[in-house]
Design a protein around this ligand. Sequence first.
Ligand SMILES: [Zn+2]
Length: 177
Amino acid sequence: MGRIELISGPMFSGKTTELMRRLERYSLAGRKVVLFKPDIDERTNRYVRIASARQEYAIEVLTLYKPVGTDADVVAIDEGQFFPPWVVDYCQSLKDQGKIIIICGLDMDARRQPFGSMGELMAIADTVHKLTAVCKCGADAPYTWLKGDVNWEKGNLILIGDMERYEARCARCYAKP
Ligand SMILES: [Zn+2]
């Protein structure tokens, strides 16, 4: 039976660590695992290298440009918020083939709006695990805050490789900059 699992939360909430923990379990049990990354700008490459360093778990890391078939038993989708809308049907069809799909991504952008296809992915997932980071005040932080001057018109959402521009915030601290 196929299954779709989703892991979401703000930046610094350990999403990728949780994803890798789950993939390692399957990998150690001999299941074939593939990790798909979105096709976005160069800054992603740094991120791909971080994940690629986990090669000891024999997890193949590929950039997914379009829906493709795979012989993997477990399909991980990292940075799910950056995939085009076709990712929703793609995950459904993989599930219909009996595969386990684990999606990881930011649930909200820095405006606290649903990020990309993550809302739809959350709807079709069988299980959803929302993680939180820790706010500077010590409370659980569900939001990603963008520091400095922000040009929302420019679509200034969340970019990888620019970590110092962001911090995780609780609802109270998000409301009072
Ligand atoms: Zn706070």
